[in-house]
Design a protein around this ligand. Structure first.
Ligand SMILES: C[S@@+](CC[C@H](N)C(=O)[O-])C[C@H]1O[C@@H](n2cnc3c(N)ncnc32)[C@H](O)[C@@H]1O
Length: 302
């Protein structure tokens, strides 16, 4: 899949390839039409401190870069491949435009509603969601596994659900890893307890994306991989993955995370949540029978 496998900046751990490079450079080295699914969570150009990336660029330059990356991903993707592009809500217009201009077809504007955090404002409503645009190469996805989940019942709801609910484009059941203490055990920390990557995405978010839009054996790309959450989920779901990250310290983190799975990164605990999905055994190959993961109805997938 990757032409430059012998180079020093490339590591292979089972089905996961990790590349320490600029994503534009690395993407050029990938064979055309080999990627089935991409999760794209780039820096948001909001002045954060990234190594080798200017996160305070003139707006036009930033979106030109995004469009270039999206165009390259499109070229490397199979017909019907999917992309999930996560961004701030205020950039929705640019996100949709850049996807369209780089050859992607819009499918859904997913609202990821945060559970415990919001950005307050004095002159408008506080912001409580991020957008994730789901788009495909061509009009129809090659794969879309329609998931059913044991979403908790609304309070005082009388009717028990026997078969879960089919997921919609509003995702309000996935807890974000907020800053500080409340991020919980999944957040990776250094010895002093400081978060190692403030933009670390939750496993349950990537679980939903990888389960919905790929099959075992497919190749899942994350061109700005950070802590490698996409690869961590993909490898447990028996997908191949390609993680590109420019900062060597995060690359080391991804490798450590993949070499030995932390208890907090084990996705098995989330399987019961999706137990009503008919095709679950096919899209989530698993050794233990489903009965071992009886779902507690009060639980949300934090
Ligand atoms: C928003 S974070 C991604 C966080 C990731 N989704 C996670 O869950 O950990 C963006 C990442 O892109 C990396 N990055 C910035 N510029 C890059 C580039 N040109 N090529 C590859 N990675 C880049 C940053 O170092 C950062 O780790």
């Amino acid at each position: 899949m990757v032409r430059k496998m012998e180079e020093k900046n490339i590591t292979k751990i089972d089905g996961s390839v990790i590349i320490n490079d600029d994503c534009v450079e690395a993407l050029r080295g990938i064979e055309n039409e080999t990627v089935h699914l991409t999760f794209f969570d780039p820096p948001f150009n909001q002045g954060k401190d990234y190594l080798n990336f200017d996160d305070e660029q003139p707006t036009g330059e930033y979106w030109k870069w995004i469009e270039d990356v999206l165009g390259l991903i499109n070229k490397k993707s199979t017909e019907g491949a999917s992309i999930y592009f996560m961004q701030r809500e205020k950039n929705t217009e640019e996100v949709l435009r850049s996807l369209r201009k780089s050859g992607w077809t819009f499918q859904n504007l997913i609202i990821w509603k945060k559970m415990t955090s919001a950005v307050p404002s004095e002159f408008r409503y506080g912001k409580q969601f991020q957008i994730i645009v789901y788009a495909t190469k061509g009009d129809r996805p090659r794969i879309f596994n329609r998931l059913r989940a044991n979403v908790p019942l609304p309070k005082n709801y009388k009717n028990e659900r026997r078969n879960g609910v089919i997921l919609t484009d509003v995702w309000d059941d996935i807890r974000e890893l907020t800053s500080g203490y409340f991020a919980g055990d999944e957040a990776i920390r250094d010895k002093s307890g400081k978060r190692m990557h403030k933009q670390q995405a939750p496993l349950s978010l990537l679980l939903r994306i990888v389960l919905s839009s790929s099959l075992p054996g497919d190749t899942v790309l994350d061109p700005t991989a950070g802590t490698g959450v996409t690869a961590v989920v993909a490898s447990q779901l028996k997908r191949n993955s390609l993680a590109i990250e420019i900062d060597p310290k995060y690359v080391e983190l991804v490798k450590t995370r993949l070499y030995s799975l932390r208890k907090e990164d084990d996705i098995a605990k989330l399987r019961g949540y999706y137990s009503p999905t008919e095709t679950l055994d096919k899209i989530w190959p698993f050794k233990k029978p489903l009965e071992n993961f009886l779902f507690d109805k009060q639980q949300v997938i934090t």
